[in-house]
Design a protein around this ligand. Sequence first.
Ligand code: PMP
Length: 437
Amino acid sequence: QTHFVSLSLQAKMSRPVQARRLEGTDKNIWVEFVKLAATYSKVNLGQGFPDFPPPDFLKESFVRALSGENHMLHQYTRAFGHPPLVKILAQFFGKLLGRDLDPMTNVMVTVGAYQALFCCFQALVDEGDEVIIIEPFFDCYEPMVKMAGGMPVFVPLRPKAPKDGKLMSSADWQLDPAELASKFSERTKAIVLNSPNNPLGKVFSREELELIADLCVKHDVLCLSDEVYEWLVYDGKEHIRIASLRGMWDRTVIIGSAGKTFSATGWKVGWTVGPNRLLQHLRTVHQNSVYHCATIAQEAVAQGFQRELELYGKPDSYFVQLPKELQQKRDWLVQSLDAVGMKPIIPEGTYFLVADISKFKSDVPDVPDSDEPYDSRFAKWMVKNKGLAAIPLSAFYSGAHKNNYNHFIRFCFAKEEATLKAANDILQKWKQEKTSP
Ligand code: PMP
């Protein structure tokens, strides 16, 4: 009897419990590096979130929603977005795109941009469909395409060294037009565009966007346009929405995030904007998975957008002030890194910056024939030995390409002055240790 029970238990245990769609998607850079940062970092410039507070007007809106008369804000709201939020998003994006948007069919609120992406892939990608992803990329695109049964097809941004020894800019990383065109075929269902781009901070130019748009139209391909950093653009650069280019509205889903827009990543309010012919299918995924995110957070974000609509383009607008403040922080970090020889690539947008660690190789020797890319080992060594957390650039490349650019790390500069100063102190001390015998 005992023998029989243990045998049948064994038989049950030996059968794979996980669904096949999870194959190859179990490793996740954030699980590993968030834990390392929590354990060892004194200064955390790793994961992308501000350590300064969201603007007062937003916090006040949240408190009003929480403790005001309307106690229904503690209950469920409309699944596809709290009505005040979808209405203001339709108005706001309608203005940006120069198009009348219907709040009920052209906008859907999601649990952060993350769930917006998940809905896109689940709703629009079929078994065997190819999805073009531009490297380096926000890492979740690849597993999300695979979980939908799709095939990611990668095309790299290729760096061109700037002339006359200047620091490189994210604009020096470009697509090769012929290479990009070669990735489109009748199997291509969609391309993921992320401008401004995490991790490089590249802001795609009009010409680059037109190149992508022309290929999308020619091959009848959808564009999933992750624009979560749309307001974080520097040096007077312009964020251009690919949906505004000819032929693109009908085939583009715009993805946004209140987390990035209002410096409140923990609220997890995101959205999609697009034509009903695409959004109707996103709604199907949404209604059969999460229903919606916190009503109070949606209400507060709606009020934040109401304020921003009234102040649009004016100096008091948060969307004008935030990039100004961040540009200064970018410049501080650029200076800190350049001063110690960790060459920064100057980002045109986002709150990330990628730096070249080649000159620090003597501190963290390479292990030949290791499976782990050099930058990953370097980032782990740095947080353990120097207390400074950053993310290896290889985390933003697909499996086969992780060693293509493996001597860079990404820093987040959406941090208080004191945090950036503490990072500078660590770097300076490190440099002195390197130069003194
Ligand atoms: N897209 C990109 C490019 C991101 O960098 C992030 C957050 N790091 C997200 C989407 C997810 O945003 P959210 O926090 O709103 O889910």
